[in-house]
Design a protein around this ligand. Structure first.
Ligand code: MLT
Length: 307
C-alpha cells in the first residue's frame, strides 16, 4: 500500500517529485497519514494522528513543531539545515546594505516626487535633498556573527568579500564548522565583547531555551551608538522591550529584521521584511528535495538522517 504524505504547506514540485506516485499518495488532507511534510505551518500535538511515523520540515528551524511531543511518541522530526543557507546569506547582504545606505528612505522619498513633470526641476530638487540619504561603506567595518552554523559561516565568508572584518561567536561551534571557517574570521571570547566592538552584529541562532531573549538590555547597552543589529534568525532571540528601550535611548542606530514585529512597525530606525529569508525558488526547491529524500529514506529503509 502507498505511504500517505500529508502536506501542510505548499511544497515545491521538485521535492514532491522525489516521492514516486506508485509508492506515495500526497494530499493536503488525510485522516491517517504515515508522514507529515510542512514548511512554516504551526503544528499542534493534536494535529499529529496516531498513524504518523515521521515529520519533515522543509526549512531549518523546527520551532513550529512540537518536538518534545514527537520525541515522547518516538516520531522522528527531520529538518533541512543548510538547504536555504545561501538564500538567507544573500538577504543578510541586502540587510547590511540597507543598514549602511539610504536605500529605503531614499526610495520612499523619490516616490513622493510624482508631481514633477519637468525633469530639470526634479533633478534640482533631488540634488538639494540627497545629502539626507548619505550612508557609510561596509568596507573596513567590523561585522559580528553570532552563530556559526550553515548560515552564519556563509555570512562570515560573504562579509569578508565585502572587505569587512569579521568576528565570530558560537558557544556550540563544532570542530567541523570551525575548520570550514575562513582563517580571517576572528573569534570573540565573549558575546559582550563582540557586541561592544562591532559596527554590525548579525544573529544566526536557532530559538532554544538558551537563546530566547539572549540579546537583552545588557548586550544592547554594550553596542556602539552607530551600530546596527541584524536579526534574520528568529524574533524571540532579541528581547523586544529591551530593544525598544535601547533604540529610544540611541544605544544602537538601526535594527534590521526579517519579521513583521507589530511594536516596531513605523519606526525610522527599524527595517522589517516579512520573513522572506528563505523565500527564493532555489531555497524552496533545495529544502523540499532534502525533506522528501529524508522521508523516503526513513519510510523505505528506516534511515534517520539530517542532510
Ligand atoms: C527556516 O527555518 O528555514 C527559515 O526561517 C525559513 C522558514 O521558516 O521557512
Amino acid at each position: 500500500m502507498a505511504n500517505r504524505i500529508l502536506t501542510l504547506n505548499q511544497i515545491s514540485v521538485r521535492g514532491l517529485d522525489r516521492l514516486p506516485r506508485e509508492s506515495y499518495e500526497i494530499a493536503s488532507e488525510f485522516s491517517h497519514p504515515e508522514a507529515i511534510l510542512l514548511r512554516s505551518h504551526k503544528l499542534q500535538p493534536a494535529d499529529i494522528a496516531d498513524s504518523v511515523l515521521a515529520i519533515a520540515r522543509a526549512g531549518a528551524g523546527v520551532n513550529n513543531i512540537p518536538v518534545e511531543e514527537c520525541t515522547r511518541r518516538g516520531i522522528p522530526v527531520f529538518n533541512t539545515p543548510g538547504a536555504n543557507a545561501n538564500a538567507v546569506k544573500e538577504l543578510v547582504a541586502a540587510g547590511l546594505l540597507l543598514g549602511s545606505r539610504g536605500i529605503v528612505a531614499g526610495s520612499e522619498y523619490v516616490h513622493t516626487l510624482g508631481e514633477f513633470t519637468d525633469k530639470g526641476e526634479l533633478n534640482k530638487t533631488l540634488e538639494a535633498n540627497k545629502k539626507r540619504f548619505k550612508g557609510n561603506e561596509l568596507h573596513g567595518k567590523t561585522l559580528g556573527v553570532v552563530g556559526l552554523g550553515a548560515i552564519g559561516s556563509l555570512v562570515a565568508e560573504m562579509a569578508l568579500t565585502l572587505g569587512m572584518e569579521v568576528v565570530g561567536y558560537d558557544p556550540a561551534l563544532s570542530v567541523d564548522a570551525a575548520w570550514r571557517l575562513p582563517s580571517e574570521v576572528r573569534k570573540a571570547e565573549a558575546l559582550s565583547s563582540l557586541f561592544a566592538r562591532c559596527d554590525y552584529v548579525t544573529l544566526h541562532l536557532p530559538v532554544l531555551d538558551s537563546t530566547r531573549g539572549l540579546v537583552n538590555a545588557e548586550l544592547l547597552s554594550a553596542m556602539q551608538p552607530h551600530a546596527c543589529l541584524l536579526n534574520f534568525a528568529r524574533e524571540e532571540i532579541v528581547d523586544e522591550a529591551s530593544l525598544i528601550q535601547a533604540l529610544d535611548a540611541g544605544q544602537l542606530r538601526k535594527y534590521i529584521a526579517d519579521f513583521p514585529t507589530p511594536a516596531l512597525i513605523g519606526r525610522d530606525d527599524v527595517i522589517l521584511t516579512p520573513h522572506i529569508g528563505a523565500s527564493t525558488d532555489e531555497a524552496e526547491d533545495n529544502c523540499a528535495v532534502m525533506a522528501a529524500d529524508q522521508l523516503r529514506d526513513f519510510l523505505e529503509n528506516g534511515n534517520i538522517r539530517n542532510s
